[in-house]
Design a protein around this ligand. Structure first.
Ligand SMILES: [Fe+2]
Length: 283
């Protein structure tokens, strides 16, 4: 039987789900986890299976409930990643800062999941991080086996090509997925194997790449030449800006932030020179 925290986020639209959420809210109110005001929102919404109580809570300025406590190593990683991101200067810095509270609070539980790219390339990536960033590397290493590492699977195979799908993995550190999201913001760790081309693509989410290793090649428009960038130089992609990454000899490890529209999928932009870029070696 799922616990009350899980049932509080029972998916919208399922018949009877409004009452399930209200029942869960009642249990959480009884143990002091939520206030009577928050419980009242769930009571009012209980007759409407498709009505999102989180929206009403936001409108009323009430605190949004989360699913579960962040595990200590993940919370330590969040703090180290946030400390690092707050030092960066780039066009979207204010949006990024706004989405990173000092205390992330409890949030959606995710099962730890291993990934072959992580097993092979995370350790060398962390080793390649310089001594100035030792504590961040340590926090990543300590949390890595608690994270749910997955491959981004929204691209059609023909568009993204044969190398990227099995050559990368990412894991959410902080953020939310529909229908559980209490916010529209993601902070992820992103790992790409050496000498991998991530073809030109775009998405609605404004995006920060904060690469922790380097060098790597970039371009911001299909057909343009590659620009080589070092570790620790942030890349800010405004909404729908085309971008492509070609990793170098060192595995690419980055913190990636999507500041909104996190459920809008990314799309590949066709370009005639991918074969040439596959063959290009970045030192
Ligand atoms: Fe992107």
């Amino acid at each position: 039987m799922p616990d009350a925290r899980t049932l509080l986020f029972h998916p919208l639209g399922l018949p009877g789900s409004g009452r399930v959420r209200y029942g869960a809210a009642m249990a959480l109110w009884r143990d002091g986890s939520i206030s009577a005001e928050v419980l009242e929102v769930y009571r009012v919404a209980s007759a409407h299976d498709a009505r999102d109580p989180l929206e009403a809570l936001r409108d009323l300025g009430l605190p949004l409930p989360h699913r579960t406590a962040m595990e200590p190593p993940v919370k330590a990683l969040y703090t180290a990643a946030r400390d690092y991101l707050l030092t960066l200067d780039h066009p979207g810095a204010a949006e990024v800062r706004r989405g990173l509270p000092a205390d992330p609070g409890p949030e959606q539980a995710r099962p730890a999941r291993r990934n072959a790219v992580v097993d092979r390339w995370l350790a060398p990536a962390l080793q390649a991080m310089d001594t100035f960033h030792h504590s961040l590397a340590q926090a990543i290493g300590d949390a890595a086996d608690r994270l749910e590492w997955i491959a981004y699977d929204s691209y059609p195979a023909a568009d993204i090509g044969p190398h990227f799908p099995g050559g990368h993995a990412y894991a959410m550190i902080f953020g939310g997925d529909a229908p559980f999201a209490a916010y529209d913001f993601d902070l992820d760790l992103f790992l790409i194997a050496p000498h991998t081309l991530y073809r030109d693509h775009h998405h609605a989410a404004p995006e920060l790449y904060a690469p922790l290793t380097g060098p790597h090649g970039w371009r911001f428009g299909a057909g343009r030449p590659l620009v080589v960038k070092p570790a620790h130089q942030p890349v800010w992609n405004p909404a729908h800006q085309p971008h492509l990454t070609k990793t170098g000899a060192v595995p690419f490890l980055a913190l990636v932030v999507w500041t909104r529209d996190v459920n809008e999928v990314a799309r590949v932009i066709p370009a005639p020179d991918w074969a040439e870029l596959e063959a290009t070696k970045i030192a």
